[in-house]
Design a protein around this ligand. Structure first.
Ligand code: NAI
Ligand code: NA
Length: 398
């Protein structure tokens, strides 16, 4: 079929198999160009491995350190008249590139929050790898069915205490407007968001993997968090999602004591704000990102997901000697985003931003382009008028 972008709100309903493969290939090429990561991971489980930071982590482990990888994700193959999801195509492309490079790569498509998928991952590790030495936890989801209670929790993106009014952008139309977001109406909304995006499921994974004996001596596990600037605090760090991130970060000491007897250690890495399927759904944040990209590109310090994850592995997680962390024990690869000079310039531009000057003072064009890249569109190498086969198999999934 001929596949072109079909956008509804902040999501794109279609994905291009060859375009997503090109996107994966560019990320692999970047990691290879940075050379081998010394003493990097060798057997890696990535939970949330099909898009965004999780995919970039998988690519970095495989092509930066020669790691065997098992990826867990929740994606859809093509159905009649409908292309598969970007994460499906990304994973197919990744496995093919890994195989061609002689690297083990298998995937599990299912609900990572469930006990069944955890068991499938354990069985696969036992069968093929024995143990893993790195577990990356990179899920982003709007809902979670709790495996013990069966309760379906839905997360919300809301401020807490009072309404929040600020600028936002419709990044397709390029229109800047004010948005007011009402605060949560109950503690339950906060609790539900923590249940979905907090650390409980990460803990369930590590407990299950440990009791099955599939975590290697000295295992590392890492999950991803975000802080960002004060202007997004009401909707992000001090909002419902921020409470979930507090919980995720608070899970680190719990996991550290759980892993102590096998010399294991857990980390949260605070990453940079980037265009992903998840972040484009958060109000206010896309305008911040488009101003941030402008400033960081001008200063020559811009990074995308793959640059972030390559740096996380090479200069943090597998750096020789002590891993640099902040006063709360967190790894920071948002260090360049949070630099005073960067934040001061973004804050100044934030005050000025209007629909009229948006193209000029922000990198809204870059935002849009990256958004389409997530779905395999907007690559010069691809002919989007041409017929393409939308039915693509992930080699390890029959
Ligand atoms: P993403 O939407 O690109 O990736 C989410 C992944 O989770 C996909 O692989 C998806 O298939 C998988 N997934 C979702 N629900 C699932 C389920 N029930 N079972 C199995 N797999 C499931 O998201 P992104 O942005 O890469 O986020 C990953 C983490 O990074 C999140 O914790 C997010 O908060 C964090 N982060 C994101 C930042 C950003 O600006 N995008 C900045 C800093 C941290
Ligand atoms: Na991810």
């Amino acid at each position: 079929m001929i596949i072109q972008p079909r956008v509804r709100g902040f999501i794109c309903l279609t994905s291009h198999p060859e375009g997503t493969a090109e996107h994966v290939k560019q990320q692999i090429d970047y990691v290879k160009s940075k050379g081998e990561i010394q003493n990097g991971p060798k057997k890696v489980l990535v939970i949330g491995a099909s898009t965004g930071f999780g995919l970039a982590s998988r690519i970095t482990a495989a092509f930066g350190s020669g790691a065997a990888t098992i990826g867990v994700f929740f994606e859809k193959p093509a159905a009649p008249g409908k292309p598969g999801t970007a994460g499906w195509y990304n994973s197919a492309a990744f496995e093919k590139e890994a195989q061609a490079a002689g690297l083990y790569a298998k995937s599990i498509n299912g609900d990572a929050f469930s006990d069944e998928v955890k068991q499938q991952a354990i069985d696969l590790i036992k069968q093929d790898l024995g143990q893993v030495d790195l577990v990356v936890y990179s899920l982003a989801s709007p809902r979670r069915t709790h495996p013990k209670t069966g309760v379906a929790h839905a997360s919300v993106l809301k401020p807490i205490g009072q309404p929040f009014t600020n600028k936002t952008v419709d990044f397709h139309a390029g229109v800047v407007s004010d948005i007011s977001i009402q605060p949560v109406e109950s503690q339950e909304e906060i609790d539900n968001t923590i249940a979905v995006m907090g650390g409980e499921d990460w803990k369930f994974w590590i407990e299950a993997l440990k009791s099955a004996g599939v975590l290697a001596e000295g295992v590392k596990t890492v999950a991803y968090s975000y802080i960002g600037p004060e202007l997004t605090y009401p909707i992000y760090r001090n909002g419902t999602i921020g409470k979930a991130k507090d919980h995720l970060e608070g899970t680190v000491p719990v996991l550290n004591s759980l892993l102590q007897d096998i010399g294991g250690v857990s980390y949260v890495s605070v990453n940079k704000a980037l265009v992903t399927q998840s972040s484009s759904a958060i109000p206010v944040v896309p305008l911040y990102i488009s101003l941030l990209y402008k400033v960081m590109k001008e200063k020559g310090i811009h990074e995308g997901t793959i640059e972030q994850m390559q740096r996380l592995f090479a200069e943090r997680l597998y750096k020789e000697g002590e891993i640099p962390v902040d006063e709360k024990g967190r790894i920071r690869v948002d260090d360049l985003e949070m630099r005073d000079d960067v934040q001061a310039e973004v804050a100044k531009l934030w005050e000025q931003a209007t629909t009229e000057n948006l193209e000029e003072i922000s990198d809204i064009a870059g935002y849009r382009s990256e958004f389409f890249h997530l779905f395999g569109f907007n690559f010069d190498q691809i002919d989007y008028e041409a017929d393409t086969n939308e039915v693509v198999e992930i080699p390890s999934i029959k």
